[in-house]
Design a protein around this ligand. Structure first.
Ligand code: KG4
Length: 342
């Protein structure tokens, strides 16, 4: 008898993207995401508005994901959902929807740690595209709006944070500095675009001296703000005149901070397989730094496709796939959690 395929529906709703994806035997069939433009006017995600938008988006997004995959609800093996960390109101929408659908179909539910999803996004396979999967153990630099961590990945289900930010995340620092410059939200892609036309050596900002593999970005943020204030006193149009150099210097400082610790960790642990994940992994300067490290230090690097850098349900579904194979299901009463380690 032919073996039944494992078909996983993944649901992601931890912040401001409502996403659903379908995987068959670990191969991506669809990945549909509805973003929320409503937050742009506020310069950051407004939790109450985010949960309302998730409620509006979740049904059409799941419907589209199933249609594009050519899969009916009845064919699903299990439903994987982001349980945390994230915004509680946002998480609750995805968690409740997943529970309702799983109960009505009589299939298992799989709870997924959002951060593990970012790391395991490197294992999503696409039809007709050769896969280059990292072997265990590997290091993953996980950088997003809420996290900056160096993760030692020993297996699909065995990850250890060996370094992390003690204050702001890298993406948060970029977004805040961009806000100070009066640029739009989110700042990351804007800073990235401006930085391509600027001189990264034009300005110097504070770099932290933190023990071990940990990070800190709050000093950099303050140094950026105070320097800018001084320069604006002399030239009220300073930002307009120098925004490309400011963006390039800021980006370079953040990339240097991230790579210095990652390089040290890779050297100490003698690991040459190094991956990057999370929203900030879309950054051009960071990607270039990875490629430069690959040629200089003999690293084998793993850089995600742009569609897997920001929040998406394909990464939730791939964790669901591995947990399904281990029969690692969760009970119906499993609550969402806003904070949790990897
Ligand atoms: O992983 P992610 O989508 O979600 C959260 O952590 O919520 O990461 C979002 C972060 C934001 O701070 C955004 O500014 C940053 O990723 N980001 C970038 C780029 N694209 C997104 N930062 C630098 N360069 C980019 N191209």
């Amino acid at each position: 008898m032919e073996k039944k395929p494992v078909i996983i529906l993944g649901i992601e709703s931890s912040c401001d993207d409502t996403s659903a994806a379908v995987l068959r035997d670990g191969v991506l069939l669809s990945n549909v995401t509805a973003s929320q433009a409503v937050h742009e006017a506020y310069g950051g995600v407004v939790p109450e508005l985010a949960s309302r938008a998730h409620q509006q988006n979740i049904v059409p997004v799941v419907d589209q994901a199933l249609k594009r995959a050519g899969v009916s609800k009845e064919e699903l093996s299990a439903i994987a959902f982001t349980r945390g960390p994230g915004l509680m109101g946002s998480l609750l929408v995805g968690v409740s929807f997943a529970k309702g659908l799983a109960a009505s179909l009589g299939i298992p539910m799989i709870d997924v740690n959002h951060l593990q999803g970012h790391v395991l996004a490197h294992f999503i396979r696409e039809e007709g595209t050769p896969s280059d999967l990292p072997p265990f153990p590997f290091l993953c630099l996980l950088v997003s709006g809420g996290n900056s961590q160096i993760v030692l990945v020993k297996a699909y289900n065995d990850m250890q944070i060996i370094g992390q930010t003690i204050d702001d995340a890298a993406g948060e620092a970029i977004d805040k500095c961009s806000k100070v410059m009066g640029l739009g939200y989110p700042g990351g892609p804007i800073i990235d675009r401006l930085a391509r036309q600027g001189n990264p050596e034009a300005y110097e900002f504070a770099k932290p001296a933190i023990e071990g593999y940990n990070y800190s970005f709050s000093g950099l943020k303050t140094s950026f703000l105070y320097n800018l204030r001084d320069w604006l006193k002399d030239d009220p149009d300073f930002i307009e005149h120098h925004k490309c150099d400011l963006a390039a210097s800021l980006e370079k400082t953040i990339v240097d901070i991230l790579m210095n610790k990652l390089r040290r960790a890779a050297r100490d642990l003698k690991i040459r397989h190094v991956a990057v994940a999370g929203g900030v992994s879309a950054n051009t300067g960071l990607r270039e730094a990875f490629r430069e490290h690959a040629s200089r230090y003999g690293w084998k690097i793993y850089i995600p496709k742009f569609s897997y850098t920001t929040d998406n349900a394909a990464m939730i579904a791939i964790v669901g796939h591995f947990k399904y194979l281990d029969k690692d299901f969760c009970p119906m009463e499993a609550p969402a959690y806003s904070r949790v380690a990897i």
